[in-house]
Design a protein. Structure first.
Length: 89
């Protein structure tokens, strides 16, 4: 699921980060940082990939919370599909 979700998120994230100037600002900050003498060398991260990964982390986190709530409280099993998936023992 992750690769297909990331593929769907990519154009939205890229457009959003570009629209607000985040990509440009990040590049400028990294260029300035790397020009400072004696600072540790750090790898420049792809900001789009980072935001996509963090977004997916958030989505899966909240899905896990909701799944736990559905398993804990049978009253949340409101559809036939949820009853079939979570009601089976």
């Amino acid at each position: 699921m992750s690769p297909s979700l990331a593929k769907e998120m990519q154009p939205i994230i890229e457009n959003s980060l570009s629209d607000v100037g985040a990509i440009k600002a990040y590049g400028e900050v990294m260029d300035k940082y790397q020009s400072i003498p004696f600072v540790p060398d750090i790898k420049k991260t792809d900001l789009n990939d980072y935001v996509i990964q963090k977004g997916m982390d958030g989505i899966f986190h909240y899905m896990a919370e909701e799944e736990a709530a559905i398993r804990k409280n049978p009253a949340k099993q409101t559809t036939e599909l949820l009853k079939r998936v979570f009601g089976a023992k």
